[in-house]
Design a protein around this ligand. Structure first.
Ligand code: G6P
Length: 646
């Protein structure tokens, strides 16, 4: 997730762009940059036609970098684009920051989204002599545009692109696979700004003798409340006095602008009351993006549509041959992390043991680092960390490295310390997580752990080809199933409104469901401050049942049909002692109807994978209880998002 803004109008563009960009810092903040068409430039001058300034770190560093030039009037231009980045391809650096330009500096581009076929396009451009400067997927767009703009487009539905920037953008977008919102400027057209979107959001702000583009409404609210929400595959050309909208076929469309009457803070949250709720709702996309980055599909014979998934590839981040050798030699998996990431590791243990038949240990990093752990060079050490900066996790990683283990990191932050110090890195493409209680980072960590477990299982011959492909198809369905749960969230809200005053809550489950219940309980503790614990259901009778009375709520997670009966017995035991009961289940046969006060249905499938979906109702339950109890779900008391000290 990144933030883009663009301006065309009567004012100097740079201060407006920087000001607007700051409103989008919640979308990414590891580097930023601007590009403006230089109003002093002409064919005979030696000046840059498009002035580009970029900087690693928060927007304030970019501001500091350009301050002196701005005062001197050295960055003057009335048309420009700017970007705040959350790295996905290439570490945060000045070079990888957007905007990106073609080799001649004629065209500049900002991009939000992921170009899935960038490797293919890069090779195609390199074979035509293009030299790349950055490691980003976005740079291919700048070069592709320049190629079409100077050479013409072959084989795309747009006959004459030479010298026509609009036609070049239209042709280029037909070559791009993935998600994108693009802002494009061209030195030969100093009166306009072009934009296009697919999947990633983009809005157009309509001002008086000025117009804007932005990834989100807050960026323009200071200047205008009249906006167009650009629809899927639409393009637009902005001039200072008007905006032309076009559909996917480059035909003009006309519609009325939308008047925004929300305040800035609710606009930043995309209309959701809190970042936590917004991030819970972002899970289908985050899960889709994380899987898509590694899923190899067979192109179906008809129409070139994506076919069934056949493999997983980590080759963007990883040298395949070394990685495969490590998988073959692995004797044991050791997973280490803290907090939510540790809970993901517990699920990972079940996944590696089931799908790859490899013994797996999972450890809390703060314990691991002081235990003088037994490690060997054939142990694969997996470190899981949303931030990539947690002190205990880093110490555990360094210890494992010093003992010769191979390190795989799963992290959400490109360029983080964990990512730099590991042998291999798999990124969760969740985008920035603002709410302290982790939601989309957890489910995307699970997605990565499942992908790795299946990859190990397939490479080591534990999973047959047919079984591997079946499981990949199941994984592919997870994102839609997550959406289905979110579409039916009112049941959970109703249940929360009846139960938010309970004094003791227990989550129970068996196998994968027991692992996922740890994170479910954590969400409730963090956000509602209700006392909540998670137990393997079979352990209830060995102690915890002594606590059960009429003030207790027991929430069971049940996604494995062969264990329904056993779990139902556990629920009956607590119900007969006065507890209120709810089950989160994929069962559709009514197995829990008689013993549960409430049944939350989640979609069914391969239970070892679908179990991860059970956490979504639990996240929602925690969120609603938090709000009902008058807490701030985004900033739970006493907690920090990233713990970089011991
Ligand atoms: C803090 C956060 C948790 C997080 C944990 C590990 O305690 O409040 O939400 O799970 O750190 O963070 P990491 O960035 O390493 O995943």
């Amino acid at each position: 997730m990144c933030g883009i803004v663009g301006y065309v109008g009567e004012k100097e563009a740079t201060p407006v762009l920087i000001n607007s960009l700051k409103k989008l810092e919640y979308r990414g903040y590891d580097s930023s940059g601007i590009a403006v068409i230089n109003s002093a430039w002409n064919e005979d001058s030696s000046d840059e036609a498009i002035i580009v300034r970029k900087c690693k770190g928060a927007i304030k560093f970019l501001e500091e970098k350009i301050e002196a030039e701005l005062v001197k009037g050295a960055i003057n231009g009335k048309v420009g684009i700017a970007h705040t980045r959350w790295a996905t391809h290439g570490e945060p650096s000045d070079l990888n920051a957007h905007p990106h330009t073609d080799v001649s500096g004629t065209i500049a581009v900002v991009h939000n989204g992921i170009i899935e076929n960038y490797g293919e396009l890069k090779a195609w451009l390199q074979s035509r002599g293009v030299v790349f400067k950055s490691q980003t997927d976005t740079e291919v767009i700048a070069h592709l545009l320049n190629y079409f703009y100077t050479q013409g487009a072959e084989g795309v539905r747009s006959e004459n692109t030479r010298g026509d920037i609009f036609a070049s953008v239209h042709a280029a977008r037909q070559k791009l696979v993935g998600s994108y919102a693009l802002g494009v400027i061209c030195k030969d057209f100093p009166d306009r700004l072009i934009c296009v979107r697919k999947e990633s959001p983009l809005i157009i702000g309509l001002g008086q003798n000025e117009n804007f583009i932005a990834s989100d409404v807050p960026a323009v609210l200071e200047y205008t409340r009249e906006v167009y929400f650009l629809e899927q595959d639409e393009m637009a050309v902005l001039y200072n006095d008007h905006v032309d909208l076009f559909n996917a076929y480059a035909e003009k469309v006309v519609r009325q602008p939308f008047h925004v009457d929300w305040d800035i803070s609710s606009a930043e949250k995309g209309g959701y009351a809190h970042f936590m709720l917004k991030e819970i709702h972002e899970q289908p996309k985050a899960l889709h993006d994380t899987l898509k980055a590694h899923l190899v599909t067979e192109k179906s014979a008809s129409g070139g549509k994506e076919g069934k998934p056949v493999a997983l590839s980590f080759s963007d981040e990883i040298n395949d041959a070394d990685f495969k050798k490590m998988i073959q030699n692995a004797k044991r998996i050791v997973i280490t992390a803290c907090g939510t990431a540790y809970h993901a590791g517990v699920v990972g243990k079940y996944a590696f043991e089931k799908f790859a038949r490899l013994p797996t240990n999972v450890d809390v990093a703060s314990e691991f680092r002081y235990r003088d752990p037994i490690l060997d060079k054939d142990d694969v050490f997996i470190v899981v960390s949303q931030s990539g900066e947690t002190a205990d996790t880093l110490a555990a990683l360094r210890l494992a490295k010093s003992r010769g283990a191979k390190i795989i990191a799963i992290t959400n932050c490109v360029g983080s310390t964990v990512s730099r110090e590991s042998d291999y890195v798999i990124y969760t493409l969740a985008g920035p997580e603002i709410a302290v209680a982790s939601t989309k980072a957890y489910t995307t960590q699970l997605m990565c752990l499942y992908m790795l477990a299946l990859c190990f299982g397939s490479e080591r011959g534990v999973l047959s080809r047919a079984e591997f492909e079946r499981l990949l198809t199941e994984l592919e369905s997870i994102s839609d199933k997550a959406q289905n749960i979110l579409d039916n969230k009112t049941e959970i809200q109703k249940f929360a409104s009846k139960q938010f005053n309970k004094s003791k809550i227990f989550y129970i489950g068996r196998q994968f469901d027991s692992a996922n219940s740890l994170e479910s309980a954590m969400k409730l503790k963090e956000d509602s401050y209700m006392h909540c614990e998670a137990f393997a259901a079979g352990e209830l009778k060995h102690g915890p049942i002594a606590l059960v009375d009429k003030d207790t709520l027991v929430i069971a997670i049940a996604t494995e049909p062969s264990l329904y009966e056993k779990l139902a017995s556990n629920i009956i035991e607590v119900k007969s002692r006065g507890a209120a009961t709810m089950v989160i289940t994929s069962d559709t046969s009514g197995a829990f109807d008689s013993c549960c006060d409430s049944v939350i249905q989640i979609p069914s499938g391969e239970s070892a994978l679908e179990s991860m979906l059970s956490v979504i109702p639990a996240q929602l339950f925690a969120y609603y209880c938090s709000v009902l109890r008058g807490n701030d779900p985004d900033k739970p008391r006493n907690l920090a998002k990233s713990v970089t000290v011991e």
